[in-house]
Ligand binder design. Sequence first.
Ligand code: ATP
Ligand code: MG
Length: 314
Amino acid sequence: MSKVLTVGEVLVEIVATTRGDGFREAQPLIGPFPSGAPAIFIDQVGKLGTPCAILSRVGDDDFGRVNLDRLVADGVDVSGIEIAPGESTGSAFVRYREDGSRAFVYNITHAACGRINTTPGGDALIETCDHMHLMGTALSAPGLARRAGEAIERIKARGGTLSFDPNLRPEMLGAPGLREALERVLGQTDLFLPSGEEIFLFTKAQDEAGAVAELLARGIGEIVIKRGSGGASHFSAEGRTDVDSIPVEEIDPTGAGDSFGGAFVSFWLAGAPPATALAYANAAGARAVTRLGPMEGTSNRAELDAMLASHVEG
Ligand code: ATP
Ligand code: MG
């Protein structure tokens, strides 16, 4: 069975329990929740029983341990997570505003996960993996971009595959060298997983059909567009498949795209037809939004089957 590798930030998320504008007064909080887009993705892959691992770095503190414990429990190989004595595990404080937008206080760049290094353990781990999943956010830190690039080269050189989720906020795009790094990765991508408007990050075309055609013509084999509560669509040379979202009560949308991606990649690597992978990924995204905390809504196979069954009957 293919083993999936990802690289990037492992952090805790602490969530304000009331809605409002940011953190300028004392307020009730809940957390720490295990988090980090690559960590959520790989946790979802692990829960589906697909062999998987993550290259990252945490401090020797409880915020690191809360992540390590969860990832291990869900089947993720954490041998590539370096524990850095004297450093702090990354963190993000998030508060939802009344309109659903979010305010963040981040401690990531200068935390342990901001200095992911080449280690002998990490190098050995790359050799055991035959699929790489990259989050665009991992390319915004220069050291991390280099590390990710090396892993991609080595996995692809052995005949492995690459999936790529840009997962970028527009304000990040100005970072030096980021656009070039993204373009390089896109040129090696087999499965591209943008959210909504991210499909236009790399295209001249400004309409979706044109953008999809342009990307397929570049040699990207398959494209999956995530549309939040609008569902998702899969495109390849064979055609197009759409899925409506499953109606659920949205408690916390953070992590939906990462859970969706983890489920899609697991089924895709197992050789499932696009419609099947899309259905399970859609169920994983729907379950993700019903739980408070970014990684709390990842799902095992039985939970996804139950979600799909209740939707058919309902
Ligand atoms: P993030 O980066 O915040 O994790 P994203 O923007 O990458 O999220 P979304 O498009 O928000 O990803 O969500 C991914 C998928 O999850 C959607 O395509 C859909 O299948 C499912 N999903 C998201 N929101 C909902 C919702 N409110 N109800 C049902 N399904 C949802
Ligand atoms: Mg996303």
